[in-house]
Design a binder for this molecule. Structure first.
Ligand code: ADP
Length: 353
């Protein structure tokens, strides 16, 4: 007959996908009963209608089943009681340093790096660069989230093809995950009609942005990428003041440079004492699909010189790529590959890790 300890040991290999730790460590294995060949495991979920309940049950059954040939494994799912939830919180809080007092999720989140992606004005590819940065970091095996703080122009869910509404849990709001496992939070995931405009005044927008940080259970993240509102609006100020931003990536396009908008954004960061990671020039050029010639439609960008004036790094130039806009429009940005972008990410990583 199989021993209970062996079963528990096997369950240590099964992670709760949202919390990123194993079921035993999280105190989710409430009971293991063994009767001859029959092994009954009772798993207490954080919430009864946990969207991942089937996956957790399947993974647990597989792990126990693999222990011997003739086992009859039964997984019973139930919900955590108050005592189990309190223990879970205590477990997740261990080693916790950053917190926002009154919110459960804010207390529990452990986010190593917060990278904000900013632009002087809209339409230069800020959201695209934010999304691609998250994808590249995720491909390198890091635990990544994207906080869409562009409340009036939220485009992150569409880029990733995610429409699942966030779920509630005793730990806070659970952000939905993309196909690659990037956690995302955006106002568009909360709206019933995603075409409905968000016509809110500043304080309401500021409230939502701080909720996205304090009330969302991001858990353990290596990097949280924040898609900033465009320009130097008060929503941008909310992010800079309310979130522990580690550094800012500034996105420009060549035609953007004539104005002072980029410098304004950079100076805002400086005044808020947030370091600039560097400048990315997007939509720098286009390559003719027929002859392969490279055209700089808006003239030679001066981002390199500007980055130098601002005392920051030039991270690289990205061309206009119809493939990228096609994949963005169809919610498949995670499948996009681009060597130039990879080089940009490597330069970001040098300063952030
Ligand atoms: P912003 O966040 O600055 O408003 P977006 O990232 O939403 O800008 O980009 C605006 C539009 O330009 C989107 O349709 C996006 O798909 C497209 N786009 C951005 N960068 C590129 C690029 N390098 N190649 C092709 N299309 C791009």
């Amino acid at each position: 007959m199989i021993e209970k300890d062996v079963v528990i040991h096997a369950l240590e290999s099964v992670d709760d996908p949202e919390l990123g730790r194993n079921l035993v460590e999280l105190g989710m294995v409430r009971d293991v009963a063994i009767d001859g060949n029959r092994v009954t495991v009772t798993i207490a979920l954080t919430i009864p209608n946990c969207p991942l309940r089937n996956k957790i049950a399947r993974d647990a059954a597989e792990a126990v089943d693999a222990l011997a040939d003739d086992l009859d494994v039964v997984i019973e799912l139930t919900a955590m009681n108050a005592e189990e939830k309190a223990k879970l919180r205590a477990t997740l809080q261990q080693g916790q340093t950053q917190h926002a007092p009154n919110f459960p999720a804010g207390d529990l989140n452990r986010v190593k790096t917060v990278i904000a992606v900013m632009s002087g004005k809209g339409g230069v590819g800020k959201s695209t660069v934010a999304a691609m940065l998250a994808v590249s970091l995720r491909r390198q095996g890091l635990r990544v989230g994207v906080l869409d703080s562009d409340i009036t122009g939220p485009s992150i869910p569409k880029l990733f093809g995610v429409s699942a509404a966030p779920t509630g849990s005793p730990l806070g709001i659970m952000p939905p995950q993309t196909a690659l496992g990037i956690k995302i939070m955006s106002i568009n995931l909360m709206l019933r009609d995603t075409d409905a405009p968000v016509i809110w005044r500043g304080p309401l927008i500021a409230g939502v942005i701080s909720q996205f940080w304090n009330d969302v259970f991001w858990g353990d993240l290596d990097a949280l990428v924040v898609d900033m509102p465009p320009g130097t609006s008060d929503a941008a100020l909310t992010v800079m003041q309310g979130l522990p931003v580690t550094g800012i990536v500034l996105v420009t396009s060549p035609q953007d440079l004539a104005g002072m908008v980029v410098r304004k954004a950079a100076h805002m960061a400086e005044q808020m004492r947030i370091p600039l990671i560097g400048v990315v020039e997007n939509m720098s050029y286009v390559i003719c699909p027929h002859c392969g010639e490279r055209y700089t439609l808006f003239g030679a960008g001066e981002s390199e010189a500007m980055a130098e004036t601002l005392g920051t790094r030039f991270l690289g130039k990205l061309g206009i790529d119809p493939e990228m806009s096609k994949l963005s429009d169809s919610g498949q940005i995670e499948t996009y590959e681009n060597a130039d972008f990879q080089a940009v990410v490597q330069r970001v990583l040098i300063t952030q890790t």
